[in-house]
Structure formats: structure tokens, C-alpha cells
Design a protein around this ligand. Structure first.
Ligand code: UGA
Length: 433
């Protein structure tokens, strides 16, 4: 099948590469010449395990190409995927749909023959219907249907999530469009991945509700962790014991410094906004947004407290600044609140992150970037774990504490055992225990 992806951001690029790996012929289009040139050279603009190899393999097999030529790419396609950004609109928390509708108008002008226009970007309820209206207004003769096909992949595990999804959600209005979508996802259906066919509005709502639920689950466990600290319980045991209940499930029950990356913050805000506008507020999600914001500040206070409420002139080593491991993404990372607060209070912050430096250098000025954890902690007055990269899990704690001026540790991801850290000489604080 001939498929075209509009937008080579995270979702567009990963989906395009994976569709080509199914054997479809995929053309990825972007407006930025530098991006297309880089992709044609084989450079992947994001850090995502396995993506570069899969991309190179499918380019070599001539099933995957990158172009600026929108018109030809859309004209040839049986399905065109809109995978452009939907950032939070400044001021009101709404998803900004400018790029989605601009893509729809441009697609309308280039359509040839029956085509399904599929929205993969996360969009508010009603957007797919509006995309159809925009296309019809721009090109009344166009032969097309729309489909809502939200993406659930996680950064850092994107290929695995795309290839082995818990489910694929497809919103459609008729059997003709369903037939095309079924053909696209046939390789996954053959592997018995469940495919949920539903109406456009439900597909759009599933994506927001799923992300908001996961953000709520994390926020819930973070608040329980706070309470554990007060009553002398251990959040690790509490999460384990709760998660074994299959109705609850063990995933997304890890207490930490608050969720980051643009999707949870962006989608919870958009859902809260949709609720308010329809006079059906989703109050639990409104609370989640406020609690998560507050949490990042609480984490700074925790580090300050560990340092005797005085960090001016002290050296603090920070391990990890990306919003989670296996990504170079810094968007809405708790580090963007915590590190500037420490720098603002006069601390000399030294940062180590296996992939975060490229984005982080601009976002976190006034810090020193170091290549390895042992060098970073040398002479430091405290070390803070912000991201649970695997390479931080097996550090030699005795060696580390020996290198430090004052062996204090704030482990905000609970990657070390408190007894072991204390035995290694650390004054140690973590989350919920
Ligand atoms: C999330 C969803 O998991 C994906 O299903 C969805 O497709 C994606 O958003 C999206 O809408 O684009 P992602 O943001 O890549 O994926 O990362 P997650 O693994 O979900 O982590 C999000 C945040 O929650 C991170 O800051 C992570 O540290 C935090 N988290 C996660 C916790 O604090 N505790 C947990 O138990 C799990």
C-alpha cells in the first residue's frame, strides 16, 4: 500500500518507519528542508532505541523515503496520515490545531482518487469531523473519508509499542474506510493485536481519557508516597501490594518527582478544558494537573532541606535530566523546574545525562555538563537522582560517597536501597519511604 505521513516528529517518524517495516510503501513529508535533508542522509533527529537501524533497512529496501514534495506524496497515497504537532495553545490550555487544519487544507488540494485521511496527532473530540469539513470546503469534488487513529507509543519504547500494541484504535464512519484501515493494520491483526473499531468521537476521547488516567494513576501514587513518609510506610511495598490486584495493575505505580514530557501535561490540560467548555468538568484531572505542578516544587524543597536549606556556593551533582530514561526529550521534565531553582539559590550544579545534553544545554544554561557520574560527584556536597537511567542503577555507592565533600543523596526515583545507601555513608532521602 502507498502511505503518506505528514510530519516527521516523534509519532510521524516512528509510525512511518514501522509501517514501512510492515512492507507498505511509505513517504514521509515535512516542511523543513533541513529535516528532510538530514533524514535522507540517514540521520535520525531523535534518540529512540532501534529507530535508526529500522529506518536504514527500509530506506535500503526502497519502501521508505523522505520528501518536501507534498503534492506528489499525497496524490499517490491510499491513506494520508496527519502527524503534526498539537502543542498547548498559549493562554487557554487548548490544543493548538493550526497545523492540523493547515495540513488538511493542503491535503485537500492534492488528493487524487479515493483516499483515507487519518489523524494520528492527539486532537480534541470533534476535530476529525472538522478535518472532513475543511477538506470538503477546499475541494468539494474530493473522494475521501476521514479516520481517527490515535497513537499510544511511549518514547524510549516506541518501536516495541508500535509493533506489539495493547490495542489499535480506529475511528471510522463507514465500511469503505474501515477496509483501508484494516489493510494497513493487517500485519498487526495477523499477530493478534486487538483492533478497536469505533466512531470518530470515541476514538478521539479514548486517547485523552487513557493519558489522563495514566497521569492520574501516577499522581495518586505520588500522593500516597507523601502519606507513607508521614506514617512510616514504604511506598515500594505499597505499590507492589496494590499492583498485584489485577484490577489495579502494577504499571504506572512508581512514585517519583512528577510526570513530565509534553503529552501528559498537554493532554490533561486539553481534556480539562474540553470538560469545562461542555459544562462537564473533569475535576479529578484538574486536580491532577495542579498536584503535579506542585510536586516539582516540593521536590526542590526536599533537596534544599537535605542541604540544610542552604545551597549557595555548594556543588550539587544531578544524575539525569530527561523526563525519563531512553530518550533525549526534556519537555516538561521535572529537571526544568528543579535545576533552575537550585541554580537560582546559588548552587554550582554539575549534570550528567546519557542523552540529555543536546537539548539540555539550551534549556539549562549555567550548569556544568559532565560525562560520567563519578566525575560529577567529585567534591560535591549533594547528589540528586532525577532520571532512572540504567547506568545510574549500578554505581558503586561506597566509591561515590568517598569522592564527595559531603555524602548527601536525594534519590527521587528510588533506584537505591535505603539501607545500602546509608551503609555506604550517605545521608539519604528518597520518595515515600
Ligand atoms: C505517554 C503514554 O504512556 C503513551 O501511551 C502515549 O502514547 C504518550 O504519552 C503520548 O501521548 O504521546 P511517554 O510520555 O512517552 O508516553 O512516557 P511514559 O512512559 O508514559 O512516562 C510519562 C511520565 O510519567 C514520565 O515523566 C515518567 O517518569 C512518569 N512516570 C511514569 C512516573 O512518574 N511513574 C510511573 O509509574 C510511570
Amino acid at each position: 500500500m502507498q502511505l503518506t505521513m505528514i510530519g516527521t516528529g516523534y509519532v510521524g517518524l516512528v509510525s512511518g518507519v514501522c509501517f514501512s517495516d510492515f512492507g507498505h510503501d511509505v513517504t514521509c513529508v515535512d516542511k523543513l528542508p533541513a529535516k528532510i535533508e538530514a533524514l535522507n542522509r540517514g540521520d535520525v533527529p531523535i534518540y529512540e532505541p532501534g529507530l535508526q537501524d529500522m529506518m536504514a533497512k527500509n530506506v535500503a529496501k526502497k519502501r521508505l523515503n523522505f520528501t518536501l514534495d507534498f503534492e506528489t506524496a499525497v496524490g499517490n497515497a491510499e491513506a494520508v496520515f496527519i502527524a503534526v504537532g498539537t502543542p498547548t495553545r498559549r493562554g487557554d490550555g487548548h490544543a493548538d490545531l493550526t497545523y492540523v487544519y493547515a495540513a488538511a487544507r493542503e491535503i485537500a488540494r492534492s488528493l487524487k482518487g479515493y483516499t483515507v485521511v487519518v489523524t494520528k496527532s492527539t486532537v480534541p473530540v470533534g476535530t476529525n469531523r472538522e478535518v472532513a469539513r475543511v477538506i470538503r470546503a477546499e475541494n468539494p469534488d474530493a473522494d475521501f473519508d476521514v479516520s481517527s487513529n490515535p497513537e499510544f507509543l511511549r518514547e524510549g519504547a516506541a518501536i516495541e509499542d508500535f509493533m506489539r500494541p495493547d490495542r489499535v484504535v480506529v475511528g471510522i464512519e463507514n465500511d469503505r474506510a474501515r477496509g483501508v484501515m484494516a489493510k494497513i493494520y493487517r500485519p498487526l491483526a495477523l499477530r493478534e493485536a486487538p483492533i478497536v473499531y469505533t466512531d470518530l468521537e470515541s476514538a478521539e476521547m479514548i486517547k485523552y481519557a487513557a493519558n489522563a488516567f495514566l497521569a492520574t494513576k501516577i499522581t495518586f501514587i505520588n500522593e500516597i508516597a507523601n502519606l507513607c513518609e508521614k506514617v512510616g510506610a514504604d511506598i515500594q511495598s505499597v505499590s507492589k501490594g496494590m499492583g498485584m490486584d489485577q484490577r489495579i495493575g502494577s504499571k504506572f505505580l512508581h512514585a517519583g518527582p512528577g510526570y513530565g514530557e509534553s503529552c501528559f501535561p498537554k493532554d490533561t490540560k486539553a481534556l480539562a478544558r474540553i470538560g469545562q467548555e461542555h459544562a462537564s468538568p473533569v475535576k479529578i484531572v484538574e486536580q491532577v494537573i495542579a498536584i503535579n505542578e506542585d510536586r516539582k516544587r516540593q521536590m526542590t524543597d526536599r533537596i534544599m532541606y537535605l542541604c540544610g536549606d542552604k545551597v549557595a556556593g555548594k556543588k550539587i551533582a544531578v544524575l539525569g535530566v530527561t523526563f525519563k530514561p531512553n530518550t533525549d526529550d526534556m519537555r516538561d521534565s521535572p529537571s526544568l523546574t528543579i535545576v533552575p531553582a537550585l541554580v537560582g539559590a546559588g548552587a554550582d550544579v554539575h549534570v550528567v545525562d546519557p542523552q540529555g545534553r543536546k537539548e539540555g544545554e539550551e534549556l539549562l544554561p549555567s550548569v556544568t555538563w559532565i560525562e560520567d557520574a563519578y566525575t560529577a560527584v567529585q567534591g560535591a556536597d549533594a547528589v540528586v537522582v532525577l532520571t532512572e537511567w540504567n547506568e545510574f542503577r549500578a554505581l558503586d555507592l561506597v566509591k561515590m560517597s568517598g569522592l564527595m565533600n559531603d555524602a548527601k543523596m536525594a534519590d527521587l526515583r528510588n533506584i537505591y536501597d535505603p539501607a545500602e545507601a546509608r551503609a555506604a555513608g550517605f545521608e539519604y532521602v528518597s520518595i515515600g519511604r
